[in-house]
Design a protein around this ligand. Structure first.
Ligand code: NAD
Length: 263
């Protein structure tokens, strides 16, 4: 489906969301793996194909799995980095970046809170971004705090597992199963949800906590909640607007309406 083939019902919903958005100065957006699906980045489960099928996801994405076999975990991350290096932002990412500029140009606030680690929001031009689950292009020494993360964009990696100049083994700067999120990011994300007048939940199953709590918290505090997801989720029946379409179709439709209205 592209924007030309969007149904009349979807266009009407996009118009209603744009109408609501025009009244709001504080907008927060939660994104998940679905927003990058149209960029060809597989969801977590889909990334476990071929050689990786026989691995327990917890062993590829947990501290215990990393301690047991760091080279194997790094090989999997190196492959994912190679896939992601070929991916480009899609019209959904681009629409969010343009929307942010429109809102900020009018003195409003617009932040993307993403569970994605693929860096595509930044590549598309979004500026206010909270990466709740880290960034696959960053690394930090094993056992080092979050603020010691640094960019390592060599792709593919020459040395697996990679080490820093002091010989310390590095790990991907991503949040693994059972790990705590960066408390500063978490606090900032909840603060945005509480203050948001409009909250969009896009391409996420709203099943992975604590990120999944954000749209519910926003709703409880009075925000208008919009969901964009081709499939029903736990959030769908609580959302004020539910656009059952790919984000690469629905977001440009909303943006077209905002621009048409001179927002
Ligand atoms: N791109 C990435 O950085 C990336 C990739 C895989 C997983 N992850 C992370 O791993 C965790 C688990 O992820 P998961 O894969 O189960 O994702 P998820 O739980 O965030 O669910 C993905 C959702 O996207 C929806 N979706 C699929 N295609 C869509 C589209 N074109 N437009 C809008 N929505 C669409 C699906 O219906 C599903 O509800 C999350 O933290 C996720 O963000 C990140």
């Amino acid at each position: 489906m592209d924007t030309n083939n969007a149904s009349a019902a979807l266009r009407e919903l996009a118009r209603q969301v744009a109408d609501k958005a025009r009244e709001c100065r504080k907008i927060a957006v939660l994104t998940g793996a679905g927003v990058s699906a149209e960029s060809g980045i597989p969801t977590f489960r889909e990334a476990q194909t071929g050689l990786w099928e026989r691995y327990d996801p917890v062993m590829l994405a947990s501290v215990d799995g990393f301690r047991a076999d760091p080279a194997n975990v790094w090989k999997w991350y190196d492959e994912r980095r190679q896939t992601m290096s070929k991916s480009r932002p899609n019209p959904g990412h681009e629409a969010l970046a343009t929307w942010e500029k429109l809102v900020k140009g009018q003195g409003g606030a617009f932040t993307v809170i993403t569970q994605n680690i693929d860096n595509l929001h930044r590549q598309a031009g979004s500026e206010s971004i909270i990466e709740m689950h880290g960034n696959i292009w960053y690394v930090r020494p094993v056992d080092a705090p979050f603020n010691e993360a640094f960019l390592l964009d060599e792709c593919p990696l020459v040395e697996i597992p990679p080490r820093d100049e002091r010989g310390r083994m590095l790990r991907p700067h991503v949040v693994w199963f059972g790990e705590m999120l960066d408390p500063d990011n978490l606090e900032a994300a909840f603060s945005l949800a509480v203050q948001a007048e409009l909250f969009l939940s896009i391409g996420t199953s709203t099943a992975v906590y604590p990120a999944a709590a954000l749209p519910f918290e926003a709703k409880r505090r009075g925000a208008v909640v919009v969901e964009i997801n081709p499939h029903e989720t736990e959030l769908t029946r609580f959302a004020d607007f539910s656009l059952a379409a790919p984000s690469g179709v629905a977001l440009p439709l909303i943006l077209d309406q905002l621009r048409a209205d001179g927002a």
